[in-house]
Write a protein that binds this ligand. Structure first.
Ligand code: AMP
Length: 396
């Protein structure tokens, strides 16, 4: 089967066409500046990227351009639209309603709409993508795969905040967690890669990308994760603060004369390693800066790594031990410096780093020594493939 995987934002749309038998990506790309002017990036497997400026006033036109590119005589990956068997949509927030992926029906769309308040930047855009695909491919089955679903197995003690209980009852204020598709894919793959029984395992996944989160996975089920009601909580990220003393918000608002939107903008867009380093949110720049003696870049890397190690310690307690720790996403897959720093903090767990193996970039590898008490590995994430697999499983 050919599965079109769609990740739709307010002005952009990423897509991949995946063959579910071979799990090969047949073509992939991106529509940018939807509703502004429009640019299509398209790449057939084994070919160079193509760029095309093309008017796309709406997401429907963007999808039509994707289909035209996919079925193009010369560089298309398929001959006609009917070769797309299903569409898998990344949906960010499923609230408490969705603990797994679902076939998209009008009832599902209505239920996702109800979760828009919890993810106002993401859910409405995701739904626009669903509606656009429905218009262009009305007979093709569609599946929604939620970022929050994998974390729905968390117990109450992990998802409740120390706030008046009525905020949970009335407004559903609680920890939801994000990157669930990645945490699920990577934890499962870690067990498989290490020859462990997933249903009898204690795995900590560190998804360290521009957005970063950690999860504790017990016997294949998430029992805690670092992101919360929103993706702002937890680790220090590219531009997000992660955990802070909530009273800092009032303090900064008064000092800088900011309203609540202004403070949230600082915490989401001007903080994290970008704010700390005054240099960049990208670890390649921070590592180069550190090597050039930039003290703030070094501080940012230290703060980031220390926070990751603290969460791993906390989740080792939550799991009452840990069998394996997996690093994934941009920094997790490509950042030996951060991985090494984190592993050094975990000496008390009997973690021992293998420096040679830790030099890996983007490939699966065990990066702890053979006698390390806890196996530490790099497992590249693949959210699109995970969405394609979920889609196939549901429409079969
Ligand atoms: P992601 O959000 O998973 O795409 O991760 C993006 C982030 O990964 C970038 O902002 C960088 O901080 C980091 N990254 C990507 N490539 C490298 C690399 N070669 N070395 C260190 N960090 C990297």
């Amino acid at each position: 089967m050919n599965i079109l995987v769609i990740n739709c934002g307010s002005s952009s749309l990423k897509y991949q066409l995946i063959n579910s038998e071979s799990e090969d990506v047949l073509a992939k790309g991106l529509c940018e500046r939807i509703g502004i002017d429009g640019r299509l990036v398209y790449q057939k497997a084994g070919c160079d990227k193509e760029f095309k400026e093309a008017a796309m006033p709406t997401h429907k036109q963007a999808i039509e351009l994707v289909i035209t590119a996919l079925t193009n005589d010369k560089t298309g990956a398929i001959k006609e639209l009917s070769e797309i068997d299903a569409v898998g949509h990344r949906l960010v927030h499923g609230g408490e309603k969705f603990a797994s992926s679902v076939v998209i029906t009008p009832e599902v769309i209505a239920a996702v709409e109800e979760c828009c308040e919890l993810a106002p930047l993401h859910n409405p855009a995701n739904l626009i993508g669903v509606a656009a695909c429905k218009e262009v491919m009305p007979d093709v089955p569609m599946v929604g795969v939620f970022d929050t679903a994998f974390h729905q197995t968390m117990p109450k003690k992990a998802y409740l905040y120390g706030l008046p209980y009525e905020y949970y009852e009335k407004y559903k204020v609680r920890r939801y967690g994000f990157h669930g598709t990645s945490h699920s894919f990577v934890s499962k793959r870690t067990a498989e890669y290490l020859g462990m029984d997933y249903n009898n395992s204690k795995i900590i996944v560190a998804h360290l990308g521009n957005g970063a989160s950690i999860s504790a996975v017990l016997n294949g089920k998430c029992i805690d994760t670092s992101m919360g009601l929103t993706p702002l909580e937890g680790l220090v990220m590219g531009t997000r603060s992660g955990d802070i003393d909530p009273a800092i918000m009032e303090f900064i608002a008064k000092k800088e004369n900011l309203d609540i939107d202004g403070v949230m903008n600082v915490l989401n867009k001007k903080s994290g390693v970008q704010g700390l380093s005054r240099l960049s949110s990208d670890f390649r720049d921070l590592e180069a800066g550190m090597n050039d003696g930039n003290e703030l870049a070094e501080n940012a890397i230290e703060v980031f790594s220390y926070r990751v190690a603290k969460y791993i310690g906390a989740y080792t307690a939550a799991l009452n031990g840990v069998d394996a720790i997996a690093f994934t996403a941009g920094i997790g897959e490509n950042g030996p410096i951060v991985r090494k720093k984190v592993m050094e903090y975990l000496g008390y767990l009997g973690v021992a780093a293998d420096d040679e193996k830790n030099s890996v970039h983007g490939d699966e590898a065990v990066i702890s020594t053979p006698d390390s008490k806890v196996k530490v590995c790099v497992i590249p994430t693949n959210e699109e493939l995970a969405i394609a697999r979920e889609t196939v499983a549901l429409i079969r």
